[in-house]
Design a protein. Structure first.
Length: 115
């Protein structure tokens, strides 16, 4: 399987772009059919960066239609109209799996200190 087989063309292009931009922080898992992040901060940074870019794109498109800058009000408009779809897209195409190196060491059974 490949990204092009796993997703419709528009989503496949977005996935490839993200992998190119954040290649040092994530990878594509063909079994899960998702982009995997092993560091929570990296995943959050990518999510917020891409979401902000989508909001800016919405602002630009709507401002072009109106022939003037419609400003920050369009950010709230994007949140109202598209944020749930964006979150759904993210859950469909991404997963956060903590790396073993980042996980705390396993705890053994509690020691009995009553002697």
């Amino acid at each position: 399987m490949s990204i092009d087989e796993d997703f419709e063309p528009k989503i496949a292009a977005q996935v490839r772009t993200e992998l190119a931009r954040f290649s040092d922080k994530c990878r594509y898992d063909e079994v899960r059919k998702k982009i995997i992040y092993h560091n929570h901060q990296d995943a959050l940074e990518a999510y917020l960066t891409i979401q902000r870019e989508e909001m800016e794109r919405h602002r630009w498109l709507e401002s072009e239609k109106a022939h003037c800058d419609l400003g920050e009000n369009l950010m709230a408009d994007w949140i109202r109209k598209y944020s749930s779809d964006f979150a759904r897209y993210w859950r469909r195409t991404h997963v956060y799996i903590p790396s073993i190196a980042a996980a705390p060491p396993p705890q053994g059974p509690a020691e009995n200190t009553d002697r």
